[in-house]
Design a protein around this ligand. Structure first.
Ligand code: CTP
Length: 411
């Protein structure tokens, strides 16, 4: 009979977790944990020491996580520095079972195997779950090393008392899965304010085709949308970008390329189900050619060309009225040349948004195509926050600082 997987706290869902397995008999318990996390849509990658591999085979972890397992300082494809890759990739590290030996090596900054090297290369919160014989756990040398790990900001999940593999009864058993999950969730909560959130960001100017080789578009570069998506992903959210622009990929962002406003609307309808936040940074065209020419319009055959343009529905307002996107906090953008506040406030109301970011497009030192932006953020609750000229990434974080605490409770 299949066992129910351990419940996974909402904040861990979608996280990229590096599971570093050391050589203790409790290593087998990490297989179930890895499986439960994977079933909760976490991305789990395992690295293990040579002694861990004597307790549990790498194919077992490969099987439950669906990801290659690192067992040495060289990846199977021969790529150098897999520890740096894994350390950069991870949003959370769990070291378990942490043996007296691995704890000592971590405390002294050693990095002579894939587990200790990854730990040293990690930039994220680290949870350490010791498991060993009770006499070993009680020794001053081990306790001093544990104190060092705590001082350096790692979370230590104390082992539990009970029957040990050696036949002794005492403190040394690996903490149970519920305690491990809770410690990981707490580490995630304290580092990532958008952990467990689903965020959809649109970016770039839509392209409305005239014929197979021409389109109508605008100057939007998509940089503000990409900055917002990257900021949300760095703050722990699961991010989908619906975009006409392409920029270098970033961990944790799923990119859905689109061209037209119609494609953007269809993609958003699908992606907004279960989402917490929509940031509509795309410059959606307001008009499109009423008729798409089947073949290239030829200069010689066309004396004068008049395009008949039809209006495009307002995507963000349309979505606000649909039940699939009910409960999604919607943030719009307003590109304005004058009367920023008044025009943005009016747009926010007309489109039924919870917030709007107004950019001053008359400025030469910020906005379209630039790496800088400036403006004002207005909320339906009356809050107003001026944002002086800063990089788009800094502005993205300022916007999320304001939006994050206003999101409805996690579903
Ligand atoms: N927007 C949208 N659908 C459209 C046009 C705009 O969802 N067809 C969204 C944009 O993504 C942005 C906000 O509405 O978040 C405001 O866009 P903006 O171009 O400033 O406003 P418009 O509604 O187009 O109004 P105007 O052209 O009069 O400034």
């Amino acid at each position: 009979m299949p066992l129910d997987p351990t419940p996974v706290p909402t904040e861990l869902r979608g996280m990229r977790i590096a599971l570093l397995v050391a050589g203790g008999i409790a290593a087998y318990k990490l297989v179930d944990l890895a499986s439960a996390l994977t079933q909760a849509e976490c991305q789990v990658r395992v690295a293990m020491t040579a002694s861990a591999a004597r307790f549990v085979g790498a194919p077992t972890f490969r099987g439950v996580t669906g990801q290659p397992v690192l067992t040495g300082m060289w990846a199977s494809d021969g790529a150098p520095e897999p520890h740096v890759f894994l350390g950069d990739w991870a949003q959370l590290v769990l070291l378990a079972p942490a043996t007296a030996n691995v704890i000592a090596r971590v405390a002294h900054g050693q990095s002579d195997d894939i587990v200790t090297a990854t730990l040293l290369a990690a930039r994220c919160p680290v949870v350490v779950a010791p498991a060993m014989n009770d006499a070993m756990w009680s020794k001053g040398a081990v306790q001093d090393n544990i104190a060092t790990l705590r001082q350096r900001g790692m979370t230590v999940v104390e082992p539990e008392a009970g029957h040990l593999a050696s036949g002794h009864v005492g403190a040394g058993r690996l903490a149970g899965p519920a305690r491990l999950m809770e410690a990981m969730a707490e580490a995630v909560r304290s580092r990532y304010d958008l952990a467990g959130r689903r965020v959809v960001v649109t970016a770039g100017g839509t392209r409305e085709p005239i014929d197979p080789v021409r389109f109508i578009s605008n100057y939007s570069s998509g940089k503000m949308g990409f900055a917002l998506a990257a900021a949300a992903a760095d703050r722990g959210a699961r991010v989908v970008m619906v975009t006409t622009a392409s920029h270098p990929a970033h961990h944790g962002i799923e990119v859905r390329p689109v061209e037209t406003a119609e494609e953007m609307l269809a993609e958003l309808r699908e992606r907004l189900q279960g989402a917490d936040l929509l940031v509509m940074a795309a410059a959606v065209a307001d008009f499109r050619p009423a008729k798409l020419a089947d073949s290239k319009i030829r200069r010689e055959e066309t004396k004068r060309l008049t395009l008949d343009l039809e209006p495009i529905p307002d995507l963000v307002a349309t979505l606000g009225g649909e039940k699939e996107s009910a409960g999604v906090f919607r943030v719009g953008f307003a590109a304005e040349g004058s009367d920023l506040d008044a025009k943005a406030l009016d747009k926010m109301k007309r489109k039924g948004l919870q917030a709007i970011v107004a950019n001053d497009i008359s400025r030469k030192d910020a906005g379209f195509g630039s790496d800088y932006n400036a403006g004002v953020v207005l909320f339906a609750d009356g809050t107003r926050q001026e944002i002086e000229r800063m990089t788009k990434r800094e502005m993205a974080d300022r916007i999320l600082d304001l939006v994050g605490p206003r999101l409805p409770a996690m579903r």
